[in-house]
Design a binder for this molecule. Sequence first.
Ligand SMILES: Nc1ncnc2c1ncn2[C@@H]1O[C@H](COP(=O)(O)OP(=O)(O)OP(=O)(O)O)[C@@H](O)[C@H]1O
Ligand SMILES: [Mg+2]
Length: 336
Amino acid sequence: MKKLIGLDIGSYSVKAVDIKVSSKDIEVKNFGYDLLSRESIVEGEIMDTNLVEEVIRTVFTNRKIKNKNLSISISGRNLILKAVTIDAVGEEKVRNTLEYEFPNHIPYEREDIFYDFSIVSEEGGRSDVLIAAAKKEVVNSRVNLLKSLGLVPLAVDTAAMAIQNAYQAIHGPLSGTVFIADIGAEKTSFSIVVNGVPKFVREIPVGGNHYTDVIAKELGVNYEVAERIKLGEEKSASDLEELFDATNQNLSNQMKRSLEYIKGTAPLMINKGILTGGGSLTPGLMDFLKNEMDASDIEVFNPVEFVKAPAELLPQLQKVGPALSVCIGLAMRKVR
Ligand SMILES: Nc1ncnc2c1ncn2[C@@H]1O[C@H](COP(=O)(O)OP(=O)(O)OP(=O)(O)O)[C@@H](O)[C@H]1O
Ligand SMILES: [Mg+2]
């Protein structure tokens, strides 16, 4: 089996992790991190290729990451997710039927699409299936960009799956109905997992950037200063939690709407909520969601609390914390 470096290209930062998983523990061997400017990636699309390439190169060279074999993710707008019912049971029969019925389910030409699926449930000769699809054009352009840097992407996962893998490697299998909110910079990826099987994923256009924007607007400061105030690196007399109220409410409403939407296809009771991504550190957000959402238990998932790492890497790892869930999950992938 080949070991892979997890590479997560977010709109706020690029993260690369090399880990070693043993029966005893998870050990971070190496970790590269660098920030992107806000204009470099917008709505999941790379706007400034040179800059993104430069940052990826820096992430690998600064930390002397030698392994070039990568595990990468696609998410957000680049990902088409669809729940469908197929008149077949069993992996192979479902696959064959899906191939045949492809035009009924995915609004693109078959030859333009990569896809994978998971069987959510089977009953009376039919299967509920969740399809994850991406345009070849989008995947290939990412792959080609990485190849041009001498890197070799060997596995592609959805970001939601990567988080689930990281969580389960640390805490064991997910049971019951669980929502996972990956609160990034541009957006929140909101997914629902029932007994370990992904049922639903939706992108909510609210993330850390929106909180920074509120500070900038309300306090009349520029984006950079606002970001430092949010991160507690610069003092401000204002009560941030109060400033964030409308944005918290917006995010919470959209999360609740997604839960409403899946009622009927999943048990109504939400057993657990998992918040992760850098935005999960937004002051007051977790308490706000605890009050608003009908989940008995909401936690922030910070994989860094559960890994071993060399002392020189620890301060940066701890600072980035929950923003590493996708990357650590990706780094757990191995290929033949
Ligand atoms: N300590 C903190 N407190 C509040 N917000 C934070 C903190 N640390 C990071 N953030 C915010 O988290 C966001 C970045 O999170 P993350 O790294 O998960 O995003 P990304 O994966 O790069 O972006 P996206 O997934 O939206 O493309 C930024 O908006 C940043 O301001
Ligand atoms: Mg992200």
